[in-house]
Design a protein around this ligand. Structure first.
Ligand SMILES: Nc1ncnc2c1ncn2[C@@H]1O[C@H](COP(=O)(O)OP(=O)(O)OP(=O)(O)O)[C@@H](O)[C@H]1O
Ligand SMILES: [Mg+2]
Length: 463
């Protein structure tokens, strides 16, 4: 293998279910790294848990300074104390240039794939590569975007796009280009519109939308929109192009059998055998090329974060594998989370250890503890959750919910919100009141009450 496919690399970021944490926007730390109090601006949607947040803030700084690679952290604390929330807040703080790969311990058992294979894949999802290349591009703010249609050559009623006329403007001037229809498709994929700043790579025809031009910034900013200045210089020029990919992106791009119109790779066209699987051999070859890019100063490694939630679900084989992987020269930062105290290490039969993690691995972890919430904190968190779900909760009802939370878990209390809102609506009320909670908590059990009932009625269940 002489090179690898980079230009066509598609992001392979996993989509995750984070709806329960949608109110979490960051760690909520001040410039000095201190936890901002609830309600104050910049609290990131987080309440209390100051020490853990501040410790997590330090970790973020170490990651940014690239001083954390190959290190591992454990978030440990009782259920519902915000471990997952804090891990996701770390991801928010790191932004989208540093890879963050979340997984749950049990994932390793959930497929036909070998456990260590699942771990390896996620490991490589958590290691980024920033590639800098100088490329010939056409860049500017789109002033015109008109597909030119002709009657379909096949006859009938259809029309096909024969070419695309596009106007690009920079601070220096405007240029009109006539482009191939395939580039029109690429534009549609990137959702390019008049007023966007884009560049088109001359060689490949790849289109990159950089953002909306400053000239179109309004006071009604759409939150997700990124505004960029009008490019300087000529429309046609050489430009340093930066691409952020993960090692897994590269693995899967190079594993896929080639097809369709392909793009030149950085080091020339690749003759690839038809393989669809990511093998160890392929990974080794990718590593070789990656190391060469790094040596040549073309690329830079960006160690990201592998977050393994519910780490007590892993077994001894996984732990051994992880420990070894952490020692390798290319490793991400690993953040574990668990709500277990002392328990058996899975796969050993009877070896008990703190958090179900083997001692030698435990020994190299930095541990961040999360502590139980006070009732006021519970109440503040439930209030934020309710607001995010667009629900209003009476003061009295909020008190009861936070009491329920302290007796069971915060998660259980927060989960009652949605069904309570339904009974409220049935009764024609816009707000959740005491009675809704009473009704609903009679219908649904929390884990503890359910366990008590099970014990009392043990003989009635199948064994
Ligand atoms: N300090 C906090 N501020 C705001 N919201 C929080 C905070 N802590 C937890 N939450 C929210 O409360 C719910 C439960 O918290 P989370 O799932 O993070 O707990 P956990 O420690 O991961 O629990 P488990 O051990 O059961 O996995 C989530 O919706 C979470 O977003
Ligand atoms: Mg959790």
């Amino acid at each position: 293998m002489t090179g690898m496919k980079i230009e066509e690399v598609k992001s392979t970021v996993k989509t995750q279910r984070i709806s329960a944490h949608s109110h979490v926007k960051g760690l909520g730390l001040s410039e000095a790294g201190e936890a901002v109090k609830v309600g104050a601006p910049g609290s990131g949607g987080l309440v209390g848990q100051e020490q853990a947040r501040e410790a997590a803030g330090l970790v973020v700084e170490l990651i940014r300074a690239k001083r954390m690679a190959g290190r591992a952290i454990l978030l440990a604390g009782p259920p519902g104390t915000g471990k997952t929330a804090i891990a996701l807040a770390i991801a928010q703080e790191l932004g989208n240039k540093v890879p963050f790969c979340p997984m749950v311990g049990s994932e390793v058992f959930s497929s036909e794939i070998k456990k260590t294979e699942v771990l390896m894949e996620n490991f490589r999802r958590a290691i980024g590569l920033r590639i800098k290349e100088t490329k010939e591009v056409y860049e500017g703010e789109v002033t015109e975007l008109s597909p030119v249609e002709t009657e379909s050559p096949v006859g009938g009623y259809g029309k096909t796009v024969s070419h695309l006329i596009i106007g690009l403007k920079t601070a220096k001037g405007t240029k009109q280009l006539k482009l191939d229809p395939s580039i029109y498709e690429a534009m549609q994929k990137e959702r390019v519109e008049v007023g966007d700043v884009i560049y088109i790579e001359a060689n490949s025809g790849a289109v990159k939308r950089q953002g909306r031009s400053d000239n179109f910034a309004t006071e009604f900013d759409l939150e997700a929109e990124e505004y960029v200045p009008l490019p300087k210089g000529d429309v046609h020029k050489r430009k340093e192009v930066i691409q952020d990919v993960t090692l897994h992106d590269l693995d899967s791009a190079n594993a896929r059998p080639q097809g369709g119109q392909d793009i030149l790779s950085m080091m020339g066209q690749l003759m690839k055998p038809k393989k669809t699987e990511i093998t160890d051999k392929l990974r080794k070859e990718i590593n070789k090329v990656v190391n060469k890019y790094i040596d040549d100063g073309i690329a830079e490694l960006v160690p990201g974060v592998l977050f393994i939630d519910e780490v007590h679900m892993l077994d001894i084989e996984c732990f051994t594998y992880l420990h070894r992987a952490l020692e390798s020269t290319i490793a991400p930062i690993v953040i574990f989370a668990t709500n277990r105290g002392r328990c058996v290490i899975r796969g050993t039969g009877d070896i008990v250890a703190s958090h179900g993690i083997p001692l030698d691995l435990l020994d190299r972890l930095l541990i961040i503890r999360t502590l139980p919430y006070t009732q006021e904190e519970m109440s503040a968190i439930i209030k934020i959750r309710a607001a995010t779900e667009g629900l209003t909760v009476d003061e009295e009802a909020l008190n009861i919910l936070s009491e329920v939370g302290s007796k069971t878990t915060l998660r259980y209390a927060a989960q009652l919100l949605t069904p309570c809102s339904i009974t409220a609506r049935i009764c024609g009320r816009p707000n959740i009141v005491k009675d809704d909670i009473k009704d609903i908590s009679e219908l649904f059990l929390d884990a503890k009450s359910s366990a008590i009932l099970l014990k009392e009625n043990d003989d009635k269940y199948m064994h």
